[in-house]
Design a protein around this ligand. Structure first.
Ligand SMILES: NC(=O)C1=CN([C@@H]2O[C@H](COP(=O)(O)OP(=O)(O)OC[C@H]3O[C@@H](n4cnc5c(N)ncnc54)[C@H](OP(=O)(O)O)[C@@H]3O)[C@@H](O)[C@H]2O)C=CC1
Ligand SMILES: O=C(O)[C@@H]1CCC=N1
Length: 279
């Protein structure tokens, strides 16, 4: 379905780039099918144009007649302005995907005042290498074909889960923001390894491969994470000592709070920028 469909990103920041990279380098979408537009940063436009060979431009220069899929990739606080600008130029055949954290399909539909398919898509920056896990949920005007298209596009940048819009906040807390928690963990492991005599590059390699291996084990084995953890933990051994320190220092609770707080922020972003009661 993506064949010969022109995709326009509105917003050309980190998330747009991660998706563009995955679409071109992993899924083989021809760069000619992709356009990225931003507000004013010309240097960024040149950078993306040189790096990916895509068309880049300011919003005012977009040819909406040549666009099939519009991907909203601005910050939530910029949503209202961009949607107001979009309203007069939209056509019945446009399919709109929104990666904006918190912002609901209902809000987008209300501002656009047209019965257009709006699909929320929550990827993460691992889209860059085709390893996102992307949640998608459909607005009220979405037909099966539109959802198939959103799924195909999301599969091009990693794995996909169809979820309800109510689940989007927690999905964002786990998966949209998730890479940052693991980077944070790796930063700390790397620092302490360096303090204990390893070179930074070596420490990074060790920590990243350990996380990758554990992650692959969870995906490929029948065991739950708790069972896998038990298999690492010898009675009175090194892992037990490490886990004890983690528990004593609130490791598990800290992780739970990170997810809860991120999900809560997704809800408050909606309250803050939609100025309508949260779903
Ligand atoms: N980063 C992430 O890991 C993830 C982000 N998201 C969502 O993706 C969205 C974008 O995030 P991110 O890429 O990090 O943000 P960035 O700040 O990196 O990018 C925002 C982009 O929006 C552009 N922009 C701002 N105003 C306008 C406008 N009026 N018209 C056109 N373009 C405009 C900016 O252009 P200029 O520079 O010219 O001002 C910039 O290119 C957010 O809504 C976020 O919730 C979702 C999942 C993960
Ligand atoms: O931090 C944010 O708000 C965005 C949404 C998910 C990841 N980054």
């Amino acid at each position: 379905m993506l064949k010969n469909r022109n995709i326009t990103f509105i917003g050309a920041g980190s998330m747009a780039e991660a998706m563009i990279s995955g679409l071109i380098n992993k899924a083989g979408i021809p760069p000619e099918q992709i356009t990225a537009a931003n507000h004013s940063n010309e240097r960024r436009r040149l950078e993306l144009n040189e790096k990916y060979n895509i068309q880049t431009m300011a919003f005012s220069e977009i040819s909406f007649n040549n666009t099939d899929v519009i991907i909203l990739a601005v910050k939530p606080k910029q949503a209202e302005t961009v949607l107001q600008q979009l309203r007069p130029v939209l056509q019945d055949y446009h399919v709109i995907l929104s990666v904006l954290a918190g912002i609901s399909t209902r809000y987008i539909e209300e501002i656009l005042e047209k019965a257009l398919p709006i699909i929320r898509v929550m990827p993460n920056t691992s889209s860059m290498i085709g390893e996102s896990i992307t949640g998608i949920s459909a607005g009220k005007y979405v037909k099966n074909d539109d959802l198939d298209l959103a799924q195909e596009l999301s599969k091009a940048i990693g794995k996909v889960k169809i979820i309800s819009e109510k689940q989007m906040d927690v999905f964002t807390g786990i998966a949209g923001s998730g890479p940052a928690y693991f980077y944070y963990l790796l930063e700390h492991i790397e620092d302490i390894a360096v303090e204990n005599g390893l070179d930074r590059e070596l420490a990074r390699d060790i920590a990243a491969q350990t996380l990758y291996g554990a992650s692959k084990m969870v995906m490929e084995s029948e065991d739950s994470p708790a069972e896998l953890r038990k298999k690492v933990t010898s009675p009175n051994g090194t892992t037990a000592a490490g886990l004890e320190a983690l528990a004593e220092n609130g490791g598990g609770i800290a992780i739970e709070r990170a997810v809860v707080n991120a999900a809560k922020r997704s809800k408050t972003l909606r309250k803050e920028f939609e100025k309508v009661p949260a779903l």
